[in-house]
Design a protein around this ligand. Structure first.
Ligand code: ATP
Ligand code: MG
Ligand code: MG
Ligand code: MG
Length: 491
């Protein structure tokens, strides 16, 4: 059977379209349309939010949809769903990924949804049922939500053995789109990569051995701004399955990076890297080393390509700021860890377009523009990077191993004066066995936040800097002077 990623994607949409009359809908762009509650599209359901809420424009064709299927471009690097910190450390979280989904808008509900999913996985994709574990909502006393016994019984009647059925609480089995928006109890299907006897214990335990693949959400509520739950006008089904994870299962790989969605990228990186080959097949943690760098670069260049093609450029606020952070991380790993020459990152874009361009043609159309944007931004950051590396090295020399906590003012100034994302500084220090003084950084950040709120009302994430010296001046009611900490201490 053909389990290439292209075929796996197509089998999904064909299955729901041909056997269950779902309408095939295109992925929306990753920039949310008319929804300020999100930085990026983080799930397939985002573009259907008005339908769930019963608020779709009656003139739009969408209101006639009852059953829909698609594969959606998703980015989870900011807001409620933010996986940036996990990317590269593990082998199954990406900043950009494709979510395969099927929907019922007030049409079929739990029983049909579970039946379709089980049939697709075990009959079409031929996954051995004994490798699958299913979680369902255990209820929540605080919110007054009951356990989803109905779903448990549905799975039992489908033939899932009781010891493969596991209850979980709000965190894992009550899905919410964001701080507000449609939500509901969910049931999730997990795959046991090793066939282990203790697999049930590894469900929802951040283990690479048992990985969540498909989430079936039963949309019943809207989370309101005051945090209360309002019942929706009709019950709907919203499912999402990570294509990369599914493909790794079907191609018999334990890492998403060892599937045809990533291996051409890893080889392309290898060609320009001036360092050892990628060896991270098992996905064991090797923070800061070569394997993680390969994964981060491969992941980030996909995200950069998709976002730029959709008109999100690296910039100074909101989604743009997140993309800038992603770009700077990619540049850092590519140039410092993999020792790849300038221009290598942009050189990977044609490979991304080759892998994903048939499904998302904008990647072919925008290849040149994506490369230009990446190159421009890379050149800008590389000079700061050199300077920043010098500052870090010199600070470490001064500390002479006497302390494993890096001085917060220096970290903050790297962030403030050289535009280093804080998480990147953390990673660079981690490689040296150091850590960032998180508490002092948080203090600076919150003082910064406060000042930001006073000076502007937009409320979006904005790059805004406040160093210790300026803070002291502000607290002393003085007019802040521009302080160049780095120049002062390091020139
Ligand atoms: P996890 O618990 O692994 O972080 P999740 O519960 O946050 O996943 P959902 O919001 O339920 O994920 O999204 C539905 C599906 O999308 C998941 O079952 C998974 O297959 C996939 N998915 C979610 N986040 C990512 C990601 N960062 N990278 C790749 N696939 C993802
Ligand atoms: Mg998650
Ligand atoms: Mg989960
Ligand atoms: Mg989930």
């Amino acid at each position: 059977k053909d389990f290439s990623s292209k075929q796996v994607r197509k089998t999904f949409t064909d299955f729901f379209h041909e056997l269950y009359q779902h309408r095939i809908v295109k992925s929306s762009p990753v920039r949310p349309r008319g929804d300020t509650s999100l930085l990026f599209v983080n799930a397939g359901m985002n573009q259907f939010k008005p339908i769930f809420l019963g608020a779709a424009d009656p003139r739009s064709e969408m209101v006639t949809y009852r059953r829909v299927v698609n594969s959606q471009k998703c980015v989870r690097a900011g807001g409620k769903h933010n996986d940036l910190e996990d990317v590269g450390r593990d082998v199954y979280h990406h900043t950009f990924f494709e979510m395969l989904g099927n929907w019922s808008f007030g049409d079929y509900f739990k029983e049909e949804a579970c039946g379709m999913a089980w049939r697709l996985l075990t009959e079409e994709y031929r996954i051995p049922p004994e490798r699958l574990y299913v979680s369902y909502f255990a209820g929540d006393a605080i919110s007054g939500l009951p356990a989803d016994e109905e779903t448990r019984h549905i799975w039992l009647s489908i033939g899932v053995p009781a010891d493969h059925l596991l209850p979980f609480g709000m965190r894992d089995n009550f899905w919410e789109m964001g701080e507000t928006g449609p939500c509901g109890p969910c049931t999730e299907i997990h795959y046991d990569h090793i066939g282990g006897r203790n697999a049930a214990l590894l469900v929802n335990a951040d283990s690479p051995d048992v990985v969540e693949i498909w989430n079936l959400v039963f949309m019943q509520y809207n989370r309101e701004a005051d945090h209360s739950l309002r019942s929706l006008p009709h019950f709907s089904v919203d499912t999402g399955m990570g294509l990369e994870r599914l493909v790794s299962v079907l191609q018999g790989q334990r890492s998403n990076y060892d599937t045809d969605l990533f291996t051409p990228l890893l080889s392309a990186i290898q060609q320009c890297a001036n360092c050892p080959k990628y060896r991270g097949r098992t996905g064991e943690a090797d923070v800061g080393k070569v394997d993680m760098a390969y994964r981060v670069v491969a992941d980030h260049v996909r995200t950069l390509s998709v976002c730029i093609a959709d008109g999100v450029y690296p910039g100074m606020s909101g989604a743009e700021l997140v993309l800038r952070r992603i770009l700077r991380r990619a540049v850092r790993f590519s140039s410092e860890v993999l020792q790849a020459p300038e221009g290598s990152l942009a050189g990977l874009v044609p490979t991304v377009a080759h892998i994903l361009g048939d499904t998302y043609p904008e990647l072919h159309k925008e290849t040149d523009r994506i490369m230009d944007v990446i190159n421009e931004n890379e050149a800008q950051f590389l000079s700061s990077l050199k300077q920043g590396r010098r500052v870090i090295d010199r600070t470490l020399q001064r500390l002479e191993g006497s302390n494993s906590v890096f001085p917060a003012p220096v970290a903050w100034s790297l962030h403030r004066n050289l535009g280093f994302p804080l998480d990147l500084i953390g990673l660079m220090l981690e490689e040296k066995g150091m850590c960032i003084d998180q508490q002092s950084i948080d203090e600076l950040a919150s003082a910064n936040e406060k000042l930001k709120r006073q000076t502007q009302s937009s409320g979006r994430e904005t790059l805004f800097h406040l160093d210790l010296h300026t803070l002291a001046q502000l607290q002393a009611d003085k007019v802040p002077q521009t302080d160049d900490f780095l120049k002062y201490h390091y020139s």
